[in-house]
Design a protein around this ligand. Structure first.
Ligand SMILES: [Zn+2]
Length: 64
């Protein structure tokens, strides 16, 4: 018996049935974020505070 594991975006909670998910590794853990919210992780990681630890300490890539 195999369980279907549902993977969801850490930001919006949508699963891979609805959005493409990108897997990334952080602090030894495996996480997923959808392509729509990948820019949030890159440019505004502090908005994900509470979803992942210490994101407010990351240095976001500046747009300019
Ligand atoms: Zn998302």
């Amino acid at each position: 018996m195999t369980e279907h594991q549902v993977h969801t975006c850490i930001h919006c909670g949508r699963d891979d049935e609805h959005v493409p998910l990108v897997i990334f590794y952080y602090k030894g853990g495996e996480h997923r974020i959808c392509t729509e919210h990948l820019p949030v992780l890159i440019h505004k990681p502090h908005e994900l505070t509470g979803k992942l630890p210490d994101l407010d300490k990351l240095h976001p890539i500046e747009d300019d």
